[in-house]
Design a protein around this ligand. Structure first.
Ligand code: FAD
Length: 466
């Protein structure tokens, strides 16, 4: 069962201990920005977990006792060492856009903001491999890569705010997952620079194999100061909006399109009520009543054949525009968890779920509709999973209490879906539900006192001593 309560946590550090930590940092690193005020500490202790009513009540009132903003690796090392010497929990933070309460400090202590680490370490002109510091905003990094004809393979829909290290430690995929799968797929993440949390921290370089244990570990087993990634050739993507009168036809097109040779970077399907509730880009007409929408990012060379293919599958192209000419909300900010954001911003009482759909997808969608009616609305995303074109779903779910949520999860699981549960705080429960021994072993090596983001790695707090 996923954890829906707080795990065992260390006692908050005493006032004296926090004062001792702050005094040491002030004395030895006067340039390091420390944050003492409650309002700013509270802001730095939040993310977007309130999409889940379960997490909203579980994490209410969890605030760091002290925060700091690092601007260079030396300051990260200083904070890591001081926290280890004073035995104070340390939670890392990028832009704070996570949905699982990943950067909410459950046990108080220190929150370290790494958005100030912004050096570009390397961009190899031959391979396109990039190494950049933790705090780069992904869209900025993508623009920088574009100057060299390269692009990030994967970006969350929050790319305009989210940081590089926050994406690696807290994210999974998004725009580009249709081509490149997920961050954890071998070949995307090539290496990490990591600071350990020890009285005398080590600065380590991990290759792709060793870095895997820190990929999507919520910053529980090492501080990422730089990330090494494979990139891809930059393509000037076009936004396309296609309407379907029938959900069955839209679903069939969404399932079949990624298996063609039409080059796409994103494919999102919104069921009619969701499509009607989105803020469309300037110039893009709202859908006609009852029409379902496919949102595509298409390569220029696919634009010739796409309309014919879509028409043959029951679709009607109703808008297209080059992405770099977009005004208003771009299509990439209508998919993934932005669908959830826009829908919730207009209505109270809705949450969401995440799953990989079984194939064929239609029976699950129909069975859920039969049981829950319009309390579950379908939002699908095309992804590559283990090399295969698949459809993931992030349905909007009317909140009817925890029992109904569990019943919906059980039903989807019984029908063959793989659930990625966004109503739980641990790395494992939000993922495949199993403890990854490599993640736990890395924590033992890089955070032996267990100070990093306490309570988020189930394999650590539930391990048997010895
Ligand atoms: P934060 O939220 O600040 O941190 C995330 C985790 O990483 C935390 O556990 C934190 O402790 C840890 N961390 C941060 N910096 C470091 C570091 N230097 N070293 C070690 N650990 C660190 N996610 C997706 O994967 N795909 C999506 O398409 C997507 N869409 C979203 C849409 C919306 C509207 C919202 C609100 C969220 C979405 N997310 C998505 C979740 C989130 O935006 C992304 O995962 C994002 O990449 C997180 O980056 P961040 O800088 O905000 O990280």
């Amino acid at each position: 069962m996923p954890l829906r309560s707080l795990p065992p946590l260390p006692e908050p550090a005493s006032e004296e201990r926090i004062e001792g930590l702050a005094a040491e940092l002030r004395e030895q690193h006067p340039a390091l920005a420390l944050v003492r005020g409650l309002a700013e500490r509270t802001r730095l202790s939040r993310d977007y977990h309130d999409y889940s009513p379960v997490l909203a009540s579980l994490l209410a009132g969890r605030v760091a006792q002290l925060a700091a903003r690092a601007t260079c690796v030396e300051e990260v090392v200083a904070v890591a060492g001081a926290c280890a010497r004073h035995g104070v929990p340390l939670t890392l933070r990028g832009a704070g856009t996570g949905n699982y309460g990943q950067c909410v400090p459950l046990a108080g202590g220190m929150v370290l903001d790494l958005t100030g680490l912004r050096a570009l370490r390397q961009l190899d002109p031959h391979s396109g491999v990039v190494e950049a510091e933790a705090g780069w905003v992904l869209a900025d990094l993508d623009r920088r890569l574009g100057q060299a004809g390269r692009a990030l393979r994967l970006q969350p829909s929050t790319g305009r705010t989210a940081t590089l290290a926050g994406f690696i430690a807290g994210g999974s995929g998004g725009i580009g997952s249709l081509r490149w799968g997920f961050l954890r797929d071998p070949g995307n993440l090539l290496g990490l620079e990591v600071v350990t949390v020890e009285p005398r921290p080590r600065l380590l370089r991990l290759d792709a194999t060793d870095a895997a244990a820190l990929n999507h570990a919520y910053g529980t087993n090492g501080i990422l100061t730089a990330v090494r990634l494979a990139t891809c050739a930059a393509i000037p993507w076009w936004q396309l909006v296609v309407d379907f009168a029938s959900l069955e036809e839209a679903l069939a097109a969404a399932a079949a399109l990624p298996a063609t040779s039409l080059l796409l970077n994103a494919l999102c399907l919104l069921e009619a009520p969701l499509a009607a509730g989105m803020p469309w880009p300037a110039g893009c007409p709202a859908p006609r009543s009852g029409e379902h929408r496919l949102l595509l990012l298409s390569a220029p060379d696919a634009l010739e054949a796409l309309p014919g293919w879509l028409a043959a599958h029951g679709g009607r192209e109703c808008w297209r525009q080059a992405e770099d000419a977009s005004r208003g909300v771009p299509l990439r900010e209508l998919g993934w968890n932005h669908t959830t954001l826009h829908w919730r911003s207009q209505r109270e009482g809705w949450t969401y779920l995440q799953m990989l759909l079984p194939r064929p997808e239609a029976p699950l969608l129909a069975a859920v509709r039969q049981r829950w009616g319009a309390d579950v609305l379908w939002h699908l995303e095309a992804v590559r999973q283990g090399g295969d074109a698949r459809l993931a779903a992030l349905p909007l779910v009317r909140w009817r209490g925890l029992d109904d949520l569990e019943a919906l999860i059980d039903q989807c699981r019984a029908l063959g879906a793989v659930i990625f549960d966004p109503h739980t705080i641990t790395v494992e429960d939000g993922g495949l539900g199993v403890v990854d021994g490599h993640q736990v072993a890395a924590k033992g090596r890089f955070d032996p006192q267990g100070l990093l983001n306490p309570g988020k790695l189930r394999g650590w707090f539930s391990r048997t001593p010895g």
